[in-house]
Design a protein around this ligand. Structure first.
Ligand code: HEC
Ligand code: HEC
Length: 251
């Protein structure tokens, strides 16, 4: 009985405790207040950007600390905040997917504030369930796999890491494709339609949990690295054979 009571207690208290997380714990809970505290130093007053030339150009050749946010809209604000890309610690570092220091209410307030700075795109509502998996695979291979690998495990491009996509939600995938964060190219609707985007998202979601074909998956890193691993083992075995034969000859 006591145990059951404890379980009910935990079930009731824990989620509400998590939900009541204070976020960054600043007094200003309005989007404008949060912006002033965490974003203004790099993105400037009213999102005009900080383009001082006294700073060395970063990897994006961005002179200054942060780009203007006037027309990025709710779409980019939602992407950069829900992925924890922003607030950035160092303007010359690549943003990475981490847990946001803000809670959901603070993110919503910041997104609304950035959206109010100018006319920009709204947060997209993708429908991956309407997508087609095999079309998604061929579109992903054509447009994305060069950087993110065919199974969406991520990879390296010059000066940047193309992250694995298993952490990204359908909305974040749709946003990333339209924004082209950091060194990723932007794909407007003229290049990838919303229907094609649904198929790409369906494929990325599937690639997170592919039907397991059995065998040794090597972390499902794709056919090329898998081939390399096979060659590496074969090459090591060959060298070992040569050494053994060579030693026999010496004797
Ligand atoms: C240390 C400086 C710095 C801070 C602080 C910072 N940013 Fe940024 N922000 C950047 C840089 C640099 C980029 C460009 C990076 C990129 O394109 O991936 C950027 C990009 C963005 C973008 C995308 C702009 C576009 O053109 O698509 C948004 C939206 C954004 N930041 C919002 C915010 C918000 C909201 C905050 C506060 C919570 C914040 N940033 C804090 C430096 C900063
Ligand atoms: C030229 C290389 C390149 C191509 C092509 C590319 N990406 Fe990216 N992608 C990147 C890089 C680099 C980042 C990291 C951005 C950052 O750190 O700000 C990224 C980030 C992402 C993210 C955010 C992941 C996360 O959780 O942080 C998603 C989702 C994404 N890409 C999807 C796609 C899709 C879908 C396509 C094809 C339509 C695509 N990318 C094509 C390089 C690329």
């Amino acid at each position: 009985m006591r145990r059951a009571f404890a379980a009910v207690f935990v079930a009731l208290v824990l989620p509400s405790a998590a939900g009541a997380q204070p976020g960054v714990g600043v007094k200003a809970k309005t989007g404008k207040g949060l912006y002033a505290a965490f974003c203004l130093s790099c993105h400037g007053v009213d999102g005009r950007g900080v383009s001082s030339t006294s700073h060395p150009p970063g990897v994006l050749d961005l002179r200054g600390l942060g780009p203007p946010l006037k027309r990025v809209g709710a779409l980019a604000a939602d992407f950069y905040l829900t992925t924890g890309y922003m607030p950035l610690a160092d303007p010359y570092h690549q943003p990475r997917h981490t847990k946001s220091p803000f809670d959901n209410r603070e993110i919503a307030a910041l997104v609304a504030y950035v959206a109010s700075l100018g006319k920009g795109p709204a947060v997209p509502r993708p429908q991956p369930q309407q997508g087609d998996l095999s079309r998604g695979l061929s579109l992903f291979t054509e447009h994305c796999a060069g950087c993110h690998q065919v199974v969406a495990e991520g990879g390296y491009v010059t000066n940047a890491v193309a992250p694995p996509l298993h952490q990204a939600t359908p909305v974040q995938i749709a946003e990333a494709v339209r924004i082209g964060p950091y060194l990723m190219p932007r794909f407007p609707a003229s290049q990838i339609t919303d229907a094609q985007l649904n198929s790409i998202i369906a494929y990325v979601l599937w690639a997170k949990h592919p039907d397991d074909p059995g065998g040794w998956s090597i972390g499902r890193i794709g056919p090329v690295p898998e081939g390399l691993v096979a060659w590496l083992i074969a090459a090591t075995a060959l060298v070992a054979c040569c050494l053994v034969i060579g030693r026999r000859y010496q004797q």
